[in-house]
Design a protein around this ligand. Structure first.
Ligand SMILES: O=P(O)(O)OC[C@H]1O[C@H](OP(=O)(O)OP(=O)(O)O)[C@H](O)[C@@H]1O
Ligand SMILES: O=c1cc[nH]c(=O)[nH]1
Ligand SMILES: [Mg+2]
Length: 208
């Protein structure tokens, strides 16, 4: 069974189109990354565990639910940083664990340069946040690190994936659900997603 979910929400499609545009400047780009991330995380967390509770309202007692799962947000620096705030607003008790991974420009292999995970995982579900799933190398490295750390339930939340990257991540980690706003056509020979949106880090941080 495939665990790849591509949002069908009209707001996601609309905002992604604005995000892709070469006309979109970094401030608006950051806003859109934040908004899209929240919408995708909302969909990605539809299966979180809750337990029944009752709550006293001013008018009586209602049956309700409270979250049992505890959530870790794992942004992949740099580009994943811009995804944190929007998701965190929805789940403010989430812990945020930063991983620094960049892709070597020549080999396209992931290079880890920062890891702020504590010794023991204290969360039941981790959402990896990274806008781009290109060759899949960075996402696979991030999942490897989280599994080694002891996390059992991991989801990848990104904006755009390539067919190659999705297939590689699924092959290496078939248990990891992949939530995206779109799957694009292909990678070019520099490993960029086409048509994509360019370099997600550079477009957020104005470093292109
Ligand atoms: O699937 P892959 O081929 O591994 O490519 C995807 C990675 O590339 C980008 O990061 P980048 O290396 O540009 O680092 P940055 O976020 O610091 O710009 C992106 O944010 C992913 O982490
Ligand atoms: O298209 C791509 C591929 C990798 N990283 C990006 O930021 N964009
Ligand atoms: Mg980059």
């Amino acid at each position: 069974m495939s665990l790849v979910h591509v949002s069908k929400h009209p707001l996601v499609a609309h905002k992604l189109t604005k995000l892709r545009s070469v006309e979109t400047e970094p401030k608006r780009f950051r806003e859109l990354v934040r908004e899209l991330s929240a919408l995708l995380a909302y969909e990605a967390t539809a299966d979180l565990l809750t337990r029944p509770v009752t709550v006293q309202t001013p008018m009586g007692v209602a049956q309700g639910a409270e979250l049992v799962d505890t959530i870790g947000l794992v942004p992949i620096l740099r580009a994943g940083l811009g995804m944190v705030e929007g998701v965190w607003e929805l789940m403010p008790t989430a812990e945020v664990w930063h991983l620094g991974i960049y892709r070597d420009e020549k080999t396209l292999k992931p290079v880890q340069y920062y890891n702020k995970l504590p010794t023991e995982p204290r969360v039941s579900v981790c959402l990896i946040l990274d806008p781009m799933l290109a060759t899949g190398g960075s996402a696979i490295a991030a999942v490897d690190i989280l599994k080694q750390w002891g996390v059992k339930r991991i989801k990848f939340v990104g904006l755009i994936g390539s067919p190659e990257g999705i297939q590689r991540l699924e092959t290496h980690h078939p248990d990891v659900a992949i939530h995206l706003a779109a799957i694009d056509e292909r990678l070019n020979n520099q490993g960029y997603i086409v048509p994509g949106l360019g370099d997600a880090g550079d477009r957020q941080f104005g470093t292109g």
